[in-house]
Design a protein around this ligand. Sequence first.
Ligand code: F6R
Length: 262
Amino acid sequence: MSICYCVFADKCLVRMRIIQAINYDDLSKKAANIMAAQVLLNPCGVLGLATGSSPIGLYKELINWCKRGELDFSGVKTINLDEYVGLAPQNDQSYRYFMKTNLFDHININQKNCYVPDGLATDGVAEGKRYDAIISDMGGVDMQLLGIGLNGHIAFNEPCEWFEKGTYRVALTQSTINANARFFATIDDVPKEAYTMGAKSIMQAKKILMIISGESKAQILYDAFFGKVTPMVPASILQFHSDVTVVADEAALSIVKAKGLC
Ligand code: F6R
């Protein structure tokens, strides 16, 4: 039986909700329920979406809801966090391709309303402005889904000396290149740059839903939500957001639990 309870991390600067899941499957179901509720409450709203391993189970759950006719995406708009520089939408390693194959092609969404940065854009500044204008024209993001990198990145905001604001072109750190090499034939194939929403764009979402799974993320979960707010741990800025829900499994919460914080 699944256990679900909320705690408020009162050692943080502001409160956040942590929903504990038993494992990845349980986490995916719980997070999907939250996102499904968001779509039911606001069927013409804007969802901010993420790629990577973490949301695959959640997307499968949403697909099942949609196929059963219980969830309608026809009025929903989506905006993705990031895209690799140099990859065309048809490239099977691009984030546009990931979203098509893991979600968009299986739900009744109008893909003209699904935005991902243009990996083939050559002018980084112009692409950043274009993407920020899309977010603003949509009226902002109602619920932003996030994963977290082993180095604390959110989207591709890598550890750095400052927080970037809007969408920008970023050089990926070696830690991220190493972590993402599992999706590519060789590590040399991993793109070295990406377009990513900045911290300000992410923080402007009305609600944040972060999913964290596995023991390898236990230390960064602790650092991000119970440590100092610093651009060296980009996810720590979420401590300043007023509506954050973290769904994490027991392995990811192991350090926080061992310290009696949850
Ligand atoms: C992906 C993204 C990244 C991932 C993060 C965790 O769009 O923005 O920040 O969320 O790298 O990736 P996984 O889920 O593969 O561990």
